[in-house]
Design a protein around this ligand. Structure first.
Ligand SMILES: [Zn+2]
Length: 339
């Protein structure tokens, strides 16, 4: 199969993706990323997430063992953001940037990543994902809880200590609105069918796009992947939030996710940069939330081992993405990376 000059419909985001595998053959004289794998210290006294360190806020981190969660000292959203003066003028419309930003440390070890920690520690991390979301969703002002990880300097991460973040949003993000609408529309027009389970089990590309499968979840490269090595970790039971997974399902998800992170490291031959997003349903009581299928999306910013993928020019203007790698090839490379 060739995917050159092929548009693929992204059913979850309701938009076209251009697959242009031929563009990967272009001569390259642009920026290449470092594949340097210099070791980091187990503890860095200059790192504000390491145990025992005094942060900019003046707080001293406990000598934690396992996982550690704190409010971000430099949050993008504030719990007590000032409410602007009301106005009817749409051209001057504002609202308080209220919400909460949390930082979640995966390990006290400065030099590890989620791919490196023990299976037991990986399960503790997953339990933290679940308890944090459950706690934050209790706040009626929160409309969406987004967990994410920016891993590696290529993603813009400001600190290499293994950690993720949570944004508790006072509104439903653009992507979440698209995904909610698409899943609800699919269910309503297909006898209640679940869009993501249909994607995982689609007979036309089930075998070519499947990367891994465990008892409770599957890992796929999406048919209309927007990023060259994008994968989704999808629980088989269509829960709308990570908080609904049973302990057995959660631990299975955690270890499958970790294996996927190890797969990227093996493919790129270093702790691979990645942007990871946990797509929980919004928590704003919209009736369409019940059609949402929770999943984890991993979006490496690389188009191969050394070249970064930039969203410039046409993509910045279109908000539609050109993927320079055929998704079936990416799935094959990822499958083979751990074998
Ligand atoms: Zn650290």
């Amino acid at each position: 199969m060739t995917a050159n000059w092929q548009r693929r419909w992204h059913p979850l985001l309701d938009q076209w993706v251009v697959i242009a595998a031929n563009s990967a053959q272009r001569p390259w004289s642009g920026v290449v990323t470092s594949t340097d794998t210099a070791t980091r210290p187990q503890h860095d006294p200059a790192c504000y997430l390491c145990p025992g360190v005094t942060r900019a806020s003046g707080h001293i981190n406990p000598d934690y063992d396992g996982v550690f969660a704190i409010d971000n000292d430099f949050p993008a959203l504030a719990t007590h953001a000032p409410e602007p003066a009301p106005t009817e003028d749409l051209l001057c419309k504002t609202a308080a940037a209220s919400g909460q930003c949390r930082v979640l440390c995966w390990s006290p070890r400065h030099d590890l990543t989620l791919a490196d920690i023990s299976a037991a520690q990986m399960c503790r991390v997953a339990e933290l994902w679940q308890t944090e979301v459950a706690t934050i969703e209790l706040n009626p002002q929160v409309k969406q809880v987004l967990i994410f990880e920016n891993k590696g300097v290529e993603t813009g991460a400001s600190n290499l200590h293994p950690h993720g973040q949570i944004y508790a949003l006072p509104f439903v993000s653009d992507n979440a609105q698209r995904m909610r609408g698409a899943q609800a529309n699919y269910a309503k027009t297909n006898h209640g069918d679940d869009l993501l389970n249909r994607l995982i089990n689609h007979p036309a590309h089930k075998d070519t796009l499947l990367v891994d499968q465990s008892e409770h979840c599957s890992v796929i490269v999406p048919f209309a992947a927007r990023f060259s090595y994008e994968t989704w970790v999808v629980p088989h039971r269509p829960v709308s939030s990570i908080t609904e997974l049973t302990p057995a399902e959660l631990h299975d998800l955690a270890l499958t996710y970790q294996r996927n992170a190890q797969r990227y490291d093996a493919l790129f031959q270093r702790p691979a940069p990645n942007i990871t997003l946990f797509h929980n349903a919004p928590c704003d009581d919209h009736t369409d939330n019940k059609h949402w299928h929770f999943h984890i999306a991993m979006q490496p910013p690389l188009r191969d081992q050394t070249k970064l993928k930039y969203l410039a020019g046409a993509e910045a203007g279109m908000n539609n993405i050109v993927n320079p790698l055929q998704p079936e090839q990416a799935a094959r490379q990822l499958r083979d990376s751990l074998s």
